[in-house]
Design a protein around this ligand. Sequence first.
Ligand code: DX5
Ligand code: ZN
Length: 224
Amino acid sequence: MSSVQISPSILSADFARLADEVSAVPSADWIHVDVMDNHFVPNLTLGLPVVESLAKASPRPLDCHLMIADPDRWAPGYAEAGAGSVTFHVEAAHAPIRLARAIRSAGARAGLALKPATPVEPYEDLLPELDMLLLMTVEPGFGGQKFLDVVLPKIRRARQMIDRHGGSVWLQIDGGVAADTIERCAEAGADVFVAGSAVYGAEDPDAAVRALRAQAEAAGARVA
Ligand code: DX5
Ligand code: ZN
């Protein structure tokens, strides 16, 4: 069985029709929800009340990516609101271990996100506290940006770190993931793929999810 998972980002969906949009991708494993506060990133999207409603309306579990200042204060609330996974940025967190534990206690998977220029090595010892590591392959804040190839060596090193620790932490990639970039990410060792414009910009979003999955599985199998 393949471990590839696809998490379409609703940042590229029609915000006036979110319930329809999350139902349009039944082949997805997760629905990626980008929470932005106009402080940590220069963009503003949605917050707790929308996540709470969407968690009830979505057939797939929510994968909340918090691009917000002071996640120590806010992140556990997203787990309580019904998100299946809550990821916060290490650049914004004051006490990442305490926060990851709080997210898990509130019933969600805990993810740690790194911007493209943040090194992964300092966080190796935190892996047992985490369910997922998110490596950004664009600067966070906007959909539709160009994939940063410069992050690929970090993806490879993160895969090696995770394998050294027993392999139970998922390695998610977010930003510019599309038909022309997903194979490189899978070959480097990623197993959870966020795709916004490549899914919601497609004529048939669910077909795009299936195609991305097939590409990632084939590329992962080549290096396995
Ligand atoms: C960007 C967000 C991404 C975004 C990706 O800061 O974290 O999840 O939706 O969009 P694409 O796939 O279009 O690069
Ligand atoms: Zn995201």
